[in-house]
Design a protein around this ligand. Structure first.
Ligand SMILES: Cc1cc2nc3c(=O)[nH]c(=O)nc-3n(C[C@H](O)[C@H](O)[C@H](O)COP(=O)(O)O)c2cc1C
Length: 401
């Protein structure tokens, strides 16, 4: 999701009405420890304000006809719970500052240590800390269904959060699986943004971020892009390339399609001499690798984000060739200077994705010195391509030997 400095929270932002917003700003600061972010309103009148207590953000707005504070209305229609690390100190501070305590600090049967208080205009607040992990059934609630994974991550106690975050990350990493056929589905714009927000945070050489993402939603553009792949499939057959080219028909109906373009001119942002010398050529070669690694890092983040959202993904590079570039670039208005280097397709899988073969850890990890056992000769690689490549590309990991 895009970040907005005027609204730093992404989940919920309660609005609370006060007759005197300026007084509320002072009171909430002194009594509950909130910090003012900003206030607005003209002519000496504070119309509204934003405050936060750690990550708990609130808006304060001024009472007007049809909108009243609890004290004005003579009743409460809602209550706010704010989670604080040291609820005991918070309680002591609020009490000392004159908050009306309506529920003394205590431990609840549902695992919270909390107290209730009313503010200067009668709004009800709870301040709470998770004291125990209690299942809702234990105190008599009826649970509707299992918690979504993201909720589980967010409720992990701080001490366990590193391990839990790693597990959550690995869950996403392991479950990112290529699929080449998708079920029809409308991908919400927000999901495209969430996926590309992950791409945006990728590392890149010289922090150059030489990437551009083009979200393709127009069905006719999708069909034209898909046709390029299908043509390429046929072209390879004619060339007798011997590569087990996949069926690209699924591109046409991929619910999510993002074209990845790169600006090779950023090669100059990396260590190069830029004088056309032989030495420059060597540096340039490496600079191109830096550029491609950068784009791959960003694209991978996008793929993982799509996997985290539950989509099957498909990374397609088969369009790098000159002739295909010429067809696709005008279609999407991509400037001549840029190169389209891959396409990311994603969506709900038509058939369940399957886990492909991955080399064992000890086959890829070398400690201090390269392990000669991990080295493959040119003949072994040729044999691998001949006998195993098609299996590892298209079969389940349990079915390659
Ligand atoms: C750099 C790169 C290029 C790829 N190019 C293609 C491609 O052009 N066409 C295709 O069908 N799959 C392509 N793939 C997908 C791979 O075939 C797939 O990742 C691999 O078989 C491993 O399967 P997994 O993604 O399920 O782990 C590419 C993947 C990567 C990372």
């Amino acid at each position: 999701m895009l970040k907005n400095r005027s609204v730093p929270t992404d989940v919920i932002l309660p609005h609370i009405t006060y007759q005197n917003v300026a007084a509320a700003l002072g009171w909430l600061t002194n009594t509950f420890g909130f910090t003012e972010h900003y206030r607005y309103g003209g002519g000496g009148q504070v119309e509204g304000a934003q405050m936060h207590l750690s990550d708990a953000w609130i808006m304060l707005n001024r009472a007007r006809p049809g909108r009243a504070s609890a004290a004005q209305a003579g009743l409460q229609t809602q209550s706010l719970t704010v989670f604080v690390e040291d609820v005991d100190s918070h309680y002591a501070r609020a009490k000392a500052a004159g908050a009306r305590i309506v529920e003394d600090l205590h431990d609840t049967e549902y695992g919270e240590r909390q107290y209730g208080a009313e503010d200067l205009e009668g709004h009800h607040w709870l301040f709470s800390r998770h004291a125990r992990d209690v299942s809702p059934e234990e105190w008599g609630a009826t649970v509707a269904g299992p918690l979504a994974m993201t909720n589980q991550i967010e409720t992990v106690p701080a001490a366990a959060s590193n391990a839990a975050l790693y597990r959550a990350l690995m869950e996403v990493v392991r479950n990112r699986m290529t699929n080449r056929a998708f079920a029809p589905c409308e991908i919400p714009r927000e999901h495209f943004e969430m996926i590309l927000e992950a791409a945006r945070h990728a590392p890149s050489g010289a922090n150059a971020q030489p990437w551009h993402y083009i979200v393709v939603t127009d069905p006719s553009a999708k069909a034209s892009i898909a046709q390029c792949f299908l043509d390429e499939q046929q072209h390879r057959v004619r060339l007798r390339m011997g590569f087990p080219t996949p069926n690209y028909a699924g591109v046409k109906t991929a619910p999510g399609l993002i074209v990845v373009a790169v600006d090779f001119r950023f090669v100059r942002a990396f260590p190069v001499l830029d004088d056309g010398s032989d030495e420059d050529r060597l540096y340039r070669q490496n600079a191109e690798r830096i550029l491609l690694q950068s784009v791959a890092a960003s694209t991978m983040s996008a793929h993982l984000a799509a996997a985290a959202l539950g989509y099957a993904v498909w990374w397609i590079t088969a369009i790098g060739q000159e002739d295909i570039q010429k067809k696709i670039k005008p279609l999407l208005g991509v400037p001549e200077e840029l190169a389209i280097i891959d396409v990311m397709c994603f969506g709900p899988p038509l058939k369940a994705s399957y886990k492909r073969w991955k080399r064992r850890l000890d086959q890829i990890v070398n400690w201090d010195r390269f392990n000669p056992e991990n080295f493959m000769t040119a003949e072994q690689i040729a044999e691998w391509i001949k006998t195993r490549r098609h299996k590892v590309m298209y079969r389940d990991e349990t079915n390659v030997d």
